[in-house]
Design a protein around this ligand. Structure first.
Ligand SMILES: Nc1ncnc2c1ncn2[C@@H]1O[C@H](COP(=O)(O)OP(=O)(O)OP(=O)(O)O)[C@@H](O)[C@H]1O
Ligand SMILES: [Mg+2]
Length: 270
């Protein structure tokens, strides 16, 4: 089988392999596309905590993006962890040069163990300048709260925050409900005209490391292959749900999910 599309990932490295660039590459590969990378930071982490985050110099991030993209033009870009305003600025500069139309932003801010992964100036820049340039933004509940200033305790609050993100200039929003205390997991997709609530079974496990990175990469892959943003979200959510269900129970903290589950599920995605 040949890759169905080419995707550039701009994100941080997770040494434990469950989240970040590693989860992105696994997801994109397991869903049948070709992954390229621009690494923004190198973390030393395991399933229990993040030990250190070493930023990659911003000029090197720009070089990775431009030099890769001028040779193999990506069909889509997935943006993950951008830890500082300088990084956000370089990414904005790079995006305006390479002119790729399909861009998904996962505004990673806090690690599963609670560590803050982005500074306040970067959050402001993401809110004022990057949000408007992407096709879809996929905040989890704490990230949606930080960006919109709206406290989220319910499905209704998720919709309210989603609408606020649209007024801030986002074109499509998927607020992920993994952090909400609810029997079923609820993810809310919306734009100016449409609203869809995706309801999935909640798996009772602590092994959900990298669900967010995996979801945004899966959505980017489906979107790059021609699916609409909405159906890409639906397919991405199904992929993550099965990956959590079949997680390999690795590590003593929040273990990784099973990216390989698509190999069994492939028929469903055709
Ligand atoms: N226990 C669970 N059972 C089923 N689905 C889940 C569970 N936890 C999260 N999900 C799903 O995983 C996807 C990612 O949501 P989540 O809220 O965990 O993102 P995140 O907080 O950004 O993840 P990460 O911590 O990896 O950054 C969503 O589709 C969500 O519904
Ligand atoms: Mg996340």
């Amino acid at each position: 089988m040949k890759p169905r599309s080419k995707i550039l990932i701009i994100a941080g490295s997770d040494s434990s392999g469950g989240a970040g660039i590693q989860a992105d590459i696994k997801t994109i590969t397991c869903l049948g596309s070709y992954a390229m990378t621009a690494i923004t930071a190198i973390t030393a982490q395991n399933t229990k905590n993040v030990l250190s985050v070493i930023p990659v110099p911003t000029n090197s991030i720009k070089k990775q993006i431009i030099h890769t993209a001028v040779d193999i033009k990506p069909d889509a870009i997935k943006i993950g962890m951008l830890h500082s305003s300088q990084v956000v600025k370089k990414v904005l500069e790079s995006l305006s040069q390479i002119k790729v139309k399909k861009i998904i932003l996962d505004p990673v801010m806090i690690a599963k163990g609670g560590e803050k992964l982005i500074d306040d100036k970067a959050i402001q820049l993401v809110k004022k300048r990057l949000l408007q340039k992407v096709n879809l933004v996929t905040p989890n509940i704490p990230e949606a709260e930080v960006i919109t200033g709206i406290k989220i305790n319910s499905k209704q609050d998720m919709v309210k925050a989603g609408k606020k993100l649209i007024t801030l200039g986002a074109r499509n929003v998927l607020i992920k409900g993994g952090h909400l205390k609810s029997k079923k997991v609820v993810d809310i997709y919306l734009n100016k005209r449409d609203l869809k609530i995706f309801v999935s079974s909640r798996h009772n496990t602590k092994n959900t490391h990298g669900t967010g990175c995996t979801l945004s990469s899966a959505i980017t892959t489906f979107f790059s292959c021609g699916k609409s943003i909405k159906s890409a979200c639906e397919l991405g959510i199904k992929y993550v749900n099965s990956a959590i269900l079949t997680n390999p129970k690795y590590g003593k903290g929040h273990g990784p999910i099973n990216h390989l589950n698509s190999i069994l599920l492939d028929k469903r995605f055709k």
